[in-house]
Write a protein that binds this ligand. Structure first.
Ligand code: ADP
Length: 715
């Protein structure tokens, strides 16, 4: 979902290596000797596809959920420096409930697990269900329904060797005598009146349930309280670039509500929204993080971000990794986040934290499982398991060998292996996202549809073979949205609160939006786009939609920005071109508060993405009764069901969907939405209400992630 390194551009390697001298200025303090890691026993992992590249016989699969003999011998860490500060101590593992499972409980647990969308042949078939001719709508599954009844994931242990050689590798047979993992089946006229939403209610639809989505999440969980640490480059609202930030924010809260202990580790950027951090204080003054041959001195701060317990790592070095005014967009981004990841792991180890699950996100933190299973495991961190979530396959962190040297992993001959970190295309490059897939105990992306697209339909940006090899520990979970933040009934950023029963008040926000952006007050519908101005988001179609909407007597509001100067200047020129148009406003920049008013005041939200792993804007818009017009791809296909063509019952249809990425496709959906708004206002209002009634909270995805954690945790 976020940024930000050019994808497999061989040049991507050059800038990093050019900085070798500069980045090597780390303070000399070799506290941790990585040589010790090399001494660790390793066993062989082979790939039948490239036997000539078989790693040394002494190599070992980095993770063994099944508690290999070598790990059993390692004692729990007894660390020096001694007692951690009190605030850190507060983060110690919660008391575990005793594992007393009745057979019934096991069945129940297995039932919960079946809700995790495992990408298998079945899910691919689901994506290929027959649909309406031509403009078919989404065939995505209801997010709360299991996709694959037969999906029975086996052991989510990182697999280094290919399935051809040991197809049963991740099955329970590989666990040996370990009790760690149990078998878990796992659219006219200008004169036409605006819809009178505040007037009388439409006739109640005959015999339709009030809630369109059957929810089956009020279960008594058999999963004990877990200690989960999220290592992330972004967290809403303090460090937000895109949806990744919202996901970490919302998921952390949901997990806490369910009784788990959650901590978040992120860089202490100078551009943090400090007004959203409460009680910020130093909590660990002298954290020395190994870097190249020396170490960089860091200070760790603790603070609450709307209740989330957060640790912020501040390095003190000439590299100035996180004091650059923004989060991404630098030549050394890969080294910046490699350093952060190493620092986060070092902090966990030094502070004596021993989480059940480390949840890392995107390429920025994908080295966490590698560091854990290749270094820290041999220093005593044998307990944590790793869940890796891919928010955007486009940015994978393709880099050179320097990152190995910098992080202390060293041993290029070991890591430059196809089954480990070597990029699938460039044999002279390492791929951090691939590292996360290979080394993590479980890998998720942010919708079942996109999980399938990435693995089988060419949207994995080169990681398809790796996803196939590791398919048994790979699945899709649709993101939720935080209803404490995105809720028109309590939203403090909008002037008029409303709910599904008071939807007429939405139009007072529409007026407020017009007043704020100085667009004409008329009967016209407002179509909006909120998001990063990235080619992924369908920039040509967004531009076309602006002119098409104006042509169809609508109004258009755009809020977006891009780190790419060329794209930004294009939209600036478009803004100047349309500056005198009373029906259009283009706002270039990032403005969280304004985005709330747009979601509340617009009639339709446009998401015409080329690809979209999940997409949060359509989910947020629906919560605000703003009808999504989306392309049938990824998470958009999983969450938006076309008013005219969906297989869903009428009361479960919630938007407009088009398939073809061209002007005709866009007009087919946007045109129908604008016609419905003008010609059938009652139908349009029903659509708005259907959208508002959907449950896109974190309840279901929160349970899904808990099931994954439970599946992989050391038991
Ligand atoms: P991505 O993660 O690809 O950027 P998502 O749809 O998953 O896209 O998430 C985008 C999130 O970022 C949403 O919360 C959206 O409201 C927010 N957002 C994106 N651009 C802006 C902007 N210019 N101003 C305010 N919020 C923005």
């Amino acid at each position: 979902m976020t940024q930000k390194t050019p994808h497999r551009d061989p040049k991507a390697i050059a800038p990093e290596s050019q900085q070798e001298g500069k980045l090597g200025k780390a303070v000399e303090k070799p506290e941790i000797k990585d040589e010790s890691h090399a001494k660790a026993a390793r066993s062989k992992a082979t790939d039948v596809r490239s036997t000539s590249e078989t790693p040394p016989a002494s190599a070992t699969p980095p993770v063994k959920s099944g508690a290999p003999a070598s790990r059993k011998k390692v004692k729990q860490p007894k660390k020096d420096p001694p007692p951690t500060p009190a605030a850190i101590a507060a983060g110690k593992r919660p008391q575990r409930e005793p594992e007393t499972r009745s057979p019934a409980a096991k069945i129940h647990r297995a039932d919960e697990k079946s809700r995790i969308e495992f990408v298998s042949a079945e899910s691919t078939e689901t994506a290929a269900l027959p649909r309406e001719p031509e403009k078919s709508a989404s065939t995505g599954e209801n997010r709360s329904a299991p996709v694959s009844d037969t999906g029975t994931p086996s052991m989510p242990e990182p697999v280094i060797s290919g399935p051809e050689e040991k197809p049963e590798r991740s099955s329970l047979e590989t666990i040996g005598d370990s009790p760690v993992l149990e078998p878990v089946p796992p659219e006219p006229s200008e004169d036409l009146p605006e819809p009178e939403f505040s007037s009388q209610e439409p006739e109640p639809p005959p015999a339709v349930p009030a809630e369109p989505e059957p929810v089956a999440h009020h279960r008594v969980s058999t999963i004990p309280a877990l200690f989960v640490v999220q290592i992330t480059p972004e967290l809403a609202p303090v460090a937000k670039v895109g949806g990744l930030a919202d996901v970490v924010f919302g998921l952390s809260n949901e997990l806490e509500i369910r009784g788990n202990h959650v901590e978040v580790i992120l860089p202490k950027y100078d551009c943090l929204r400090y007004d959203h951090i409460w009680g910020l204080c130093e909590t660990y003054k002298d954290l020395w993080v190994p870097w190249y041959g020396g170490a960089i001195h860091c200070t760790v701060y603790f603070g609450f971000v709307h209740g989330r317990k957060c640790f912020f790592i501040e390095p003190h070095s000439g590299d100035n990794f996180f004091n650059r005014g923004c989060i991404y967009g630098f030549n050394d981004d890969i080294l910046r986040f490699a350093f952060f990841t190493r620092a986060a792991m070092e902090f966990l180890w030094k502070s004596g934290k021993n989480p059940d699950v480390i949840h890392c996100h995107d390429w920025q933190t994908a080295l966490a499982p590698v560091l854990l299973f290749e270094i820290y495991k041999f220093l005593g961190m044998t307990h944590p398991r790793v869940c890796f979530t891919i928010h955007n396959f486009k940015h994978q962190g393709v880099t050179g060998a320097q990152v190995l040297q910098a992080t202390g992993l060293n041993r290029p001959e070991y890591y430059f292996h196809y089954d480990r970190l070597r990029d699938n295309f460039n044999p002279h490059a390492l791929n951090l996202m691939k590292a996360g897939v290979v080394y993590s105990n479980f890998v998720t992306t942010v919708s079942p549809r996109h999980a399938s697209e990435a693995k089988d339909q060419g949207q994995g940006f080169g990681l398809e073979p790796t996803l196939h090899i590791h398919h048994v520990k790979y699945g899709g979970v649709v993101n939720g949205i935080d209803y404490n933040v995105w809720n028109p009934e309590i939203d403090c950023h909008i002037p008029h609160r409303y709910g599904v029963d008071t939807i007429g008040d939405k139009y007072r926000n529409k007026k407020a939006l017009r007043d704020r952006l100085m667009i004409a007050d008329s009967e016209k519908p407002i179509v909006a786009f909120v998001g990063r101005l990235d080619p992924q988001k369908g920039l040509e179609l967004i531009r076309h939609a602006i002119f098409y909407t104006l042509h169809r007597r609508g109004q258009f509001v755009l809020l977006g920005s891009s780190p790419d100067g060329q794209i930004n200047s294009y939209f600036w020129s478009l803004k100047h071109q349309l500056n005198d148009n009373p029906d259009c406003h283009i706002e270039i920049g990032f403005n969280e508060e304004l985005s709330h008013l747009i979601y509340a005041g617009a009639d339709m939200i446009l998401v015409p993405s080329q690809f979209e792993p999940c997409g949060l804007t359509q989910l947020i818009a629906m919560r605000y009764g703003t009808v999504p017009v989306v392309r049938e791809v990824g998470g958009l296909a999983d969450t938006v069901f076309d008013k005219d063509y969906s297989y869903k019952p009428l009361n479960e249809r919630n938007g407009y969907v088009f398939r073809d990425y061209d002007y005709g496709g866009l007009e087919s959906a946007l045109g129908r939405a604008l016609s419905c708004y003008y010609d059938y206002p009652d139908h349009f209002r029903d659509l708005m209400k259907n959208a508002m009634r959907y449950d896109f909270s974190w309840k279901n995805p929160g349970q899904d992630y808990l099931n994954i954690y439970d599946l992989i945790r050391e038991k």
